[in-house]
Ligand binder design. Structure first.
Ligand code: HEM
Length: 156
């Protein structure tokens, strides 16, 4: 059971963080370089909408497999202790992602993208994309940090 959960955990993390890196390093720069504002917003909205749905599934699978492993080994006792710093860090990053994907994305980001495409709304699209770019790089960085914490939990 533990090994199965471990394999599911790692494969899901690969798909999830790999997809996030692809959006951040390939799709966002492509959208930013698109001169037409409507095209720019449309390209990004379509990719983001599709990826956000997948990311929600990845988040749930990563969390479920992680929590099963943690409770199976009794490692929940390590949470918020010195020895359990990597496990605690990984869990907190996961909670942050959960809030972003299930709380903020459907309400804040989706609405912001829809507003950008509504004629007559005065939105500084370039400024929004600069903010979005920063947010995506931040998410890549903390996800890689969570992965390092995972490796330390498993092999440290
Ligand atoms: C942002 C979310 C997460 C990421 C990116 C992530 C990533 C990883 C990675 C890369 C590993 C290392 C696997 C290896 O080296 O073999 C790992 C292991 C592990 N993760 Fe996560 N993880 C996340 C969330 C969670 C959550 C929420 C839990 C449970 C509370 C969890 C529990 C574990 C456990 C117990 C291991 C160690 C498995 C072992 O000792 O073999 N993870 N994780």
């Amino acid at each position: 059971m533990f090994y199965l959960m471990h394999v599911i955990h790692v494969l899901t993390v690969i798909l999830w963080i790999g997809g996030l890196a692809f959006v951040t390093m390939i799709v966002l720069p492509m959208a930013i370089k698109t001169p037409d504002a409507l095209q720019k917003a449309l390209l990004f909205q379509r990719v983001e909408h599709r990826f956000a749905n997948m990311a929600r599934v990845y988040n749930l699978i990563t969390g479920a497999s992680g929590f099963v492993m943690m409770f199976q080994m009794g490692w929940h006792n390590l949470l918020f202790t010195r020895q359990g710093i990597p496990l605690t860090f990984m869990t907190l990053i996961w909670v942050f992602w959960f809030v972003m994907l299930f709380g903020l994305e459907p309400f804040v980001i989706k609405k912001m993208l829809a507003k950008m495409m509504t004629p007559g709304k005065n939105v500084d699209i370039d400024a929004v994309f600069i903010r979005m770019n920063r947010l995506h790089w931040f998410m890549v960085a903390i996800s890689l940090a969570a992965s390092v914490a995972g490796v330390l939990t498993a092999h440290g």
